[in-house]
Design a binder for this molecule. Sequence first.
Ligand code: HEM
Ligand SMILES: *[C@@H]1O[C@H](CO)[C@@H](O)[C@H](O)[C@H]1NC(C)=O
Ligand SMILES: *[C@@H]1O[C@H](CO)[C@@H](O)[C@H](O)[C@H]1NC(C)=O
Ligand SMILES: *[C@@H]1O[C@H](CO)[C@@H](O)[C@H](O)[C@H]1NC(C)=O
Ligand SMILES: *[C@@H]1O[C@H](CO)[C@@H](O)[C@H](O)[C@H]1NC(C)=O
Ligand SMILES: *[C@@H]1O[C@H](CO)[C@@H](O)[C@H](O)[C@H]1NC(C)=O
Ligand SMILES: *[C@@H]1O[C@H](CO)[C@@H](O)[C@H](O)[C@H]1NC(C)=O
Ligand SMILES: *[C@@H]1O[C@H](CO)[C@@H](O)[C@H](O)[C@H]1NC(C)=O
Ligand SMILES: *[C@@H]1O[C@H](CO)[C@@H](O)[C@H](O)[C@H]1NC(C)=O
Ligand SMILES: *[C@@H]1O[C@H](CO)[C@@H](O)[C@H](O)[C@H]1NC(C)=O
Length: 511
Amino acid sequence: MLARVTLLAIHVLSAEGALYYPDARTSFLEHILVDNWGAYASNFSSAITPCARYVTQTGDAALKSGRTTAAQWIRVLFHDMITANVTAGTGGVDASIGFETARGEKSGSAFNDSFTFWRPFVNDAVSMADLVALGTVMSDNLCGGRMMQYKAGRVDASSAGLTTGVPAPETDLDTTLLYFERAGFDRADAIGLTACGHTLSSVHHGGIPDVVDATAVTPNNSNGGADFDSTRGVFGPLVVQEYVSWAGQKGGPLVTTSNISTQSDRRLYESDNNATMQALLAQGPDFLDTCVSLMGRAIDTMPYSVNLRSPITPMAIKPVNVTYDFGVDGKLKLSGNIRVLSAAGASSPSSLDLSINGYHASLTAEDSTGSSVFGTTAYFPFSVSSDLIRNAPSFSVSATSFALQGQIFVAPSMTTITGATVNATIASSGHACSSLSIEVHSPNRQGYTLAPKVMQAGGNLTAVAPRIDGCGLCRAVMQLADIPTDSIAVNALVSGGVVDTLFQNGGAVGW
Ligand code: HEM
Ligand SMILES: *[C@@H]1O[C@H](CO)[C@@H](O)[C@H](O)[C@H]1NC(C)=O
Ligand SMILES: *[C@@H]1O[C@H](CO)[C@@H](O)[C@H](O)[C@H]1NC(C)=O
Ligand SMILES: *[C@@H]1O[C@H](CO)[C@@H](O)[C@H](O)[C@H]1NC(C)=O
Ligand SMILES: *[C@@H]1O[C@H](CO)[C@@H](O)[C@H](O)[C@H]1NC(C)=O
Ligand SMILES: *[C@@H]1O[C@H](CO)[C@@H](O)[C@H](O)[C@H]1NC(C)=O
Ligand SMILES: *[C@@H]1O[C@H](CO)[C@@H](O)[C@H](O)[C@H]1NC(C)=O
Ligand SMILES: *[C@@H]1O[C@H](CO)[C@@H](O)[C@H](O)[C@H]1NC(C)=O
Ligand SMILES: *[C@@H]1O[C@H](CO)[C@@H](O)[C@H](O)[C@H]1NC(C)=O
Ligand SMILES: *[C@@H]1O[C@H](CO)[C@@H](O)[C@H](O)[C@H]1NC(C)=O
């Protein structure tokens, strides 16, 4: 759904205008980051809580698989990232791995498993590459690590990357270090990043039989996972402790396997006579800060052509689904929900003051609240159909003001998607249909990867009578190339500039 909130005044019609707060990308990704459990939770974190969970199979099969989704997500990030060449400024986190699952170095189900889960979250504002990075941030944040900063703006590759070569268990040390160096990580970084990656989960007989033999496969561990440390579902320093003190899992199968050529972690950890591993151990729990730093560099490894936005931080007051539309009574209305985030321990406000252009109301919170590592969320819904909302330049909740534009908007109740057909209506109080245009951006299936490709379609707007509550209606019926994989962005434009966007049909996952 949409938030018809903009920081730009309506007279700047040529500039990109009404959008989700503060923009669609930030709004959606902040939602995944912050709305973890309870009211309006994003479904994203359900895959990795509890952290030893495996979502790809269901029921007993998942519990007994010996696989771990939180870990799969981090490994996907590593494999997508490590083919970067930072000297050439190519590769990095660009979801190109989706096209590369047939390469021997990227075989196994982990990559497509993760993309299958992430696919419904991709739309015009959210790239698969941003989700690859967010997967690692969420796994770290929710499974025992310290908070990672998250920036968005990654761009999906449109084909497989040209650079090949991912460290595998049998890769010799020099080649392994060369791959890390190519991506901007020196020896100590490589050791640290690998120890951080290898704190969750296991090496599996199913996929890596040269490292873990068939004896690992049991009815309770059907994929034959042999764990890196004694806490498979906890992101923490235990893997380092167990390696250095030669206890428990002793650093895991890539250290201890009897097949010497596949002892890649042992070769790497010993390559500086254990100096880095000992230094990591000496950090104690602050090992987690090293992981935040190294994994932070990994998620921000990108082609020169891509620039990330500023970090996404949890918003204290966030308008959600704030939109103009028409009520069943045919009256213009402005409705939505205000999310208030309170730090853990602090209490949520019991009411909020809403003002719109001289209209005032006191909002009360819904009963159910949400929660996350950032605190508790409470929701204050509203729906106003007073004449005062017409052309209101802004609204404010408890002294925080948000700019609005209601002069041209895609009407949610009159915009439907049926299969691959979009029937969209733009309402405008002052513009003739001939001065408006419409464009839809829909995520669609493409060949060779599970990452959707965002496609554009246009249409011709025609006026439909009668006017409703002072607004003229312009309608277009458009055909998409295929049934969209998730929500489509319907853009209203004036002179080629977007003045409003509605994300419609969030699919099963929703927003
Ligand atoms: C020398 C470098 C590395 C080698 C040779 C290597 C190799 C492997 C292998 C063979 C597995 C087992 C996969 C399976 O059976 O499912 C694995 C698992 C894993 N690796 Fe690495 N890895 C390396 C570095 C890294 C790094 C730098 C990270 C991330 C920061 C990482 C993250 C993971 C994770 C999270 C798993 C568990 C995956 C799962 O359970 O699905 N690895 N690695
Ligand atoms: C926003 O609207 C969507 C679609 O109707 C709905 O699924 C979601 O629960 C709403 N979120 C909030 C916070 O009201
Ligand atoms: C949410 O994710 C879980 C896996 O964690 C999945 O089983 C479920 O179908 C998803 N729900 C929706 C509405 O997509
Ligand atoms: C990275 O790219 C540079 C410049 O194109 C090239 O000279 C170098 O060989 C590449 N590095 C690796 C390890 O492939
Ligand atoms: C050891 O691993 C290597 C490299 O993967 C493989 O070629 C070899 O067959 C393995 N040896 C045994 C005894 O499993
Ligand atoms: C398998 O797990 C179940 C509980 O999930 C447990 O009762 C059973 O003892 C386990 N079997 C073995 C062989 O470990
Ligand atoms: C590195 O540490 C491991 C685990 O304590 C030990 O087995 C190994 O001999 C050490 N290697 C070197 C070169 O110090
Ligand atoms: C498009 O939707 C409107 C209602 O919003 C409906 O009246 C109209 O018949 C639809 N047009 C088509 C071609 O489906
Ligand atoms: C992953 O999915 C893509 C796209 O559907 C497919 O082409 C590829 O073969 C799959 N890879 C694996 C290993 O199943
Ligand atoms: C819009 O109308 C023009 C002129 O009639 C036509 O050529 C074009 O195909 C139409 N576009 C769409 C998307 O229907």
